[in-house]
Design a protein around this ligand. Structure first.
Ligand SMILES: Cc1cc2nc3c(=O)[nH]c(=O)nc-3n(C[C@H](O)[C@H](O)[C@H](O)COP(=O)(O)OP(=O)(O)OC[C@H]3O[C@@H](n4cnc5c(N)ncnc54)[C@H](O)[C@@H]3O)c2cc1C
Length: 461
């Protein structure tokens, strides 16, 4: 069957459809041109879109804000985006819970929670994503006693491939709930969620430089040194910074040299230097050392509303790779990575970002059943001449595999269905739920076929 045209749609669907749309992810590393994009404003329109896709045997893929650095949200068939479904539906201030439409962005969620004296207990680096999107990939922040974001979901509503509306919670459609907390977008369209929050709070964050070898030798202390601790290691050096944040009632404060990057000149000067290193890669370690001195000549001290302290500017488009390992394994992983970089004369950009997540019971969470350390590597991704990063990625992924690592679902990686089945106890249960809910594979795309159902080959790095 050929492409379905806009003028063949019934009038109501024409009001929410676009036929000239190209999807591109945030880092501009993946794109696709669907036949039609639908932007429904309510659940009944979502059902109609699903039933149309079913009747035409078209794939249908949801995307949120397109922040996944992979083709996880891409589809050449129909696409659907529920950004217009972003209302606060109810709030229970006493129990610190809120029910929201799942197209709401995290930025808006912070605002509506704050209006009710509430806040999320933990967050990742940014809040541009949609709620459905962050949950679908088990997005995480950092904190030894804080699980990934899907651990905050108390219930959710899913519209499945036959148009059924399923309310799921620990006591209703239990298996679907467990699979859908981190759904990878493969089970249907998630339209609403009830989330556990806590009373609104401020965070006090202090960021200080350390010798990385000292941090690795005192790992457990670092993990537990604050409610939320994060390490940024500068490869090619024995330098790192540790960011520690704790709840506080102190007044708002911002002090320290790393605001250099928030200033227009600092940002552009750094980007210009990165561009010079594209042609003279031997300069990368010198640039790393210079930036370390510039940014960390003194501690950084911030007190502010929690989401402002959890989030920061991720600056430039980048190639990223991030896997999760048992946090006790992380020092061995990082020493091997350091050795590989040095022995192979690789020139890699900073930082390597190291975060901690408590173990959880979300079936496909990379922190399922084990206290987890996420280790994220990045390379600057300029326009024009690409920077070579595949040798770095291959070494990184090989080391992660030796330590039973699990890749972040949102990020491009090289794990096959067989690898993932071996590292997730509940992978088979997730696949069973997926098969029951979507036997024709309406919500599958190339990423899911490669890595999850295993009907396509995973490319070698
Ligand atoms: C600059 C930057 C910083 C980041 N920081 C972090 C971080 O600190 N921690 C971390 O863990 N990750 C981080 N990420 C990754 C990011 O949180 C995830 O990629 C997240 O999934 C993006 O959400 P999104 O709304 O953009 O979803 P998209 O990327 O658009 O989609 C992601 C998945 O969600 C599915 N989906 C979207 N909407 C629906 C819906 N309504 N129903 C069902 N499925 C749906 C899609 O089909 C897809 O499978 C970062 C990414 C970037 C680019």
């Amino acid at each position: 069957m050929g492409p379905y045209r806009f003028d063949q749609l019934e009038p109501e669907l024409q009001t929410i459809a676009l036929d000239d749309f190209t999807f591109q992810n945030w880092a501009k590393t993946f794109n696709c041109k669907p036949e039609l994009l639908f932007t429904p404003t309510n659940e009944s329109q979502v059902q109609k879109v699903i039933l149309l896709a079913k009747s035409l045997n078209k794939p249908l893929k949801a995307f949120g804000s397109g922040h996944s650095p992979s083709d996880l949200a891409c589809s050449p068939g129909f696409m659907i985006n529920i950004d217009k479904m972003d209302r606060l539906l109810s709030v229970d201030v006493k129990n610190c819970t809120a029910t929201v439409e799942a197209g709401m962005s995290l930025h808006k969620l912070h605002k509506v929670l704050r209006e009710n004296g509430l806040a999320l207990s933990n967050l990742g680096s940014i809040s541009d994503q949609s709620i459905a999107g962050v949950m679908a990939t088990a997005t995480h922040g950092t904190g030894a006693h804080f699980g990934c974001l899907p651990t905050m979901i108390l219930d959710l509503t899913l519209i499945t491939a036959d148009g059924s509306v399923l309310h799921c919670s620990p006591s209703e459609n239990t298996e679907v709930f467990e699979a859908a907390r981190c759904s990878l977008g493969a089970l249907g369209i998630i339209t609403r969620m009830t989330l556990q929050a806590e009373p609104d709070f401020r965070l006090e964050a202090i960021q200080k430089p350390y010798k990385f070898s000292d941090i690795l030798n005192d790992w457990d202390t670092v993990i537990h040194s604050a409610e939320h601790a994060r390490v940024w290691w500068y490869p090619h050096t024995d330098d790192c910074v540790v960011w520690r944040a704790n709840r506080t009632t102190k007044p708002v404060l911002r002090e320290g040299p790393s605001f250099f990057m928030e200033n227009w000149y600092g940002f552009h000067a750094y980007q210009a230097m990165l561009n010079i290193t594209r042609y003279s890669t031997y300069l990368i370690p010198y640039l790393t050392k210079m930036m370390f001195k510039t940014l960390h000549s003194a501690p950084v001290h911030v007190v502010d509303e929690s989401n402002k302290v959890f989030n920061f500017d991720c600056l430039f488009p980048q190639y990223v790779n991030e896997w999760a390992v048992d946090w006790n394994e992380a020092p061995a992983v990082l020493r091997k990575l350091d050795k590989f970089i040095n022995e192979n004369d690789l020139k890699v950009h900073f930082p390597v970002e190291i975060r901690f997540v408590d173990e959880d019971d979300v079936w496909l969470s990379p922190a399922y059943g084990r206290k987890t350390c996420y280790i994220g590597v990045i390379m600057y991704r300029p326009y024009g001449k690409p920077v070579p990063y595949k040798k770095y990625w291959k070494a990184y992924e090989d080391i992660m595999r030796e330590h039973n690592g699990r890749p972040h679902w949102a990020k491009a990686h090289g794990q096959t269905r067989k690898d993932l089945e071996a590292s997730y106890e509940k992978f088979g249960d997730y696949l069973k739920v997926r098969q029951q809910l979507d036997p024709e594979g309406m919500f599958l795309n190339d990423y899911l076929k490669r890595h999850v159902v295993g009907t396509k080959q995973v490319a070698k790095l």
